[in-house]
Design a protein around this ligand. Structure first.
Ligand SMILES: [Zn+2]
Length: 173
């Protein structure tokens, strides 16, 4: 963590402890670096899943689901739809909760522990022509059958775990 000074009193005695909080030994100031909520869409169309090619770090060039961080005051269900609109210019009409998994997201030398909520949308006949990508977020889009996916193509481990839940769900149907 690139923090050195207490933001309350300015002394250089801040410690990061229990994996989640900063404490100032001089003035007792506490700041909780809590888990951040994120939401991603598992969009299935004709047996394939929709991935974006990440346009920025972390994991630039690797595959991710449309999604992102939940804003203050926002529901995860609304965040995932907003992120779909922002990243691919398209959003599903309905979503169902699939699973949640922890993830780690490093940005600007700060490690964020997240809890990623995944929602499933099943849509027939979707194609790249339905999307309008934000080039700042998505360098491209890929339709991939989950069985053809290699784990090292994925930006985040939570995505792999969510896809495993999706595949287990398919076997029950
Ligand atoms: Zn202090």
């Amino acid at each position: 963590m690139p923090f050195r000074f207490c933001p309350a009193c300015g002394v250089r005695e801040i410690v990061f402890e229990h994996g989640k909080r900063f404490r100032c030994a001089a003035c007792g100031f506490l700041y909780f670096h809590n888990v951040a909520t994120a939401a991603g869409a598992v969009i299935e169309s004709d047996g394939r899943l929709v991935f974006i090619v990440r346009a920025m770090d972390p994991a630039k060039g690797l595959l991710a689901l449309p999604g992102g961080f939940v804003d203050p005051g926002e529901r995860a269900e609304d965040a995932v739809l907003r992120e779909c609109r922002e990243e691919i210019g398209w959003e599903p009409e309905s979503l169902e909760f699939l699973a949640s998994f922890p993830n780690r997201y490093e940005f600007g030398n700060v490690m964020y522990n997240t809890c990623d909520f995944f929602f499933l949308a099943r849509v027939e006949g979707l194609s790249e022509a339905d999307f309008r990508l934000d080039p700042g977020e998505a360098a491209g889009v890929r339709f991939i059958r989950p069985e053809d996916l290699s784990p090292d193509e994925l930006a985040f481990d939570s995505t792999r775990r969510a896809i495993e839940v999706y595949q287990a769900l398919l076997k029950l149907q």
